[in-house]
Design a protein around this ligand. Structure first.
Ligand code: GLP
Length: 264
């Protein structure tokens, strides 16, 4: 893992957007793995702004989202398809046929999971996977205790996740769909590059477990320790419980790749 501690959330989202923009510039046919959640909203806003200014061409980019609630149709305002249309796809020049989100309204969700995995393979695999972190350590919707080598599958969401995401559903846990389709942790680990972005004090404890704890199914995000090319962007608040802060700052100053990235 390469870790960057940013001065604040604004720098975190600027750097995250920079990584995505650089990926698209250096490989215009990139396959991007995308994420949802509040953290990503600001990153997509920044990326859309960058795309307009530079300009950035997304016409040959393909995207695969991590997950989707089961039972929500694409036009449901809380579906992740709707989220992606609103926060990113309609703001950049990506053809909608190039964008993939698991179909949570599929009649046969198990078949949809398999076909999704197949479509990722057919596209040549994911070049760069963007990830957020749930407060319980989930990545995508891979909840604690799920297999670390899983492929795209159907999950029953943890109570903590229903609570965390209730904000999007009138603060009513009962309204949050209890099941979802998600890329597996194994699918995520297969991406050629991974970019984990976490901000805020509320996630400081889980960030410490993801980065410094043992690799464990209890903390699915800890599987990223096994990824050969994983960049983690944190703000000061999210990094506040790390014991290795000094070592991380040292790397930021001396690792040539990080120095180039941070001075861009
Ligand atoms: C949802 C998504 C996750 C995301 C998490 C973080 O649960 N399925 O992929 O990482 O939200 O959300 P937030 O950024 O709102 O804290």
């Amino acid at each position: 893992m390469k870790i960057v501690i940013c001065s604040d959330a604004a720098q975190t989202r600027r750097l995250a957007a920079q990584v995505l923009a650089q990926q698209v510039k250096s490989k215009p046919t990139s396959v991007l793995g995308l994420a949802t959640g509040r953290t990503m909203e600001a990153i997509y806003a920044q990326l859309a702004e960058t795309a307009q200014q530079q300009p950035l061409d997304f016409s040959r980019v393909t995207t695969f989202n991590l997950d989707e609630y089961i039972g929500l149709t694409a036009d449901h305002p809380q579906s992740y398809r709707y989220y992606m249309q609103t926060h990113l796809f309609q703001l950049i020049n990506i053809p909608v046929v190039n964008t993939h989100v698991p179909d949570g309204a599929a009649v046969d969700v198990e078949a949809e999971a398999q076909s999704y995995e197949g479509r990722i393979a057919q596209a040549g695999g994911i070049d760069l996977q963007l990830l957020g972190l749930g407060e319980n350590g989930h990545i995508g919707f891979n909840e604690p205790l799920s297999a670390l080598n899983s492929r795209t599958h159907v999950v029953t969401l943890a109570q903590a996740t229903l609570r965390q995401n209730a904000g999007m559903f009138n603060n009513d846990m009962e309204q949050v769909p209890a099941r979802a389709l998600t890329m597996g942790t194994g699918t995520i680990l297969d991406a050629r590059e991974a970019l984990l972005v976490v901000t805020g004090e509320a996630k400081a404890d889980i960030v410490a477990r993801v980065i410094e704890g043992p690799v464990s199914a209890l903390v699915p995000g800890s599987a990223l320790q096994l990824h050969p090319h994983c960049l983690v962007l944190l703000d000061e608040a999210a990094a506040s419980r790390l014991t290795q802060r000094e070592a991380i700052l040292w790397q930021m100053q001396h690792d040539p790749e990080l120095r180039t990235f941070l001075s861009a």
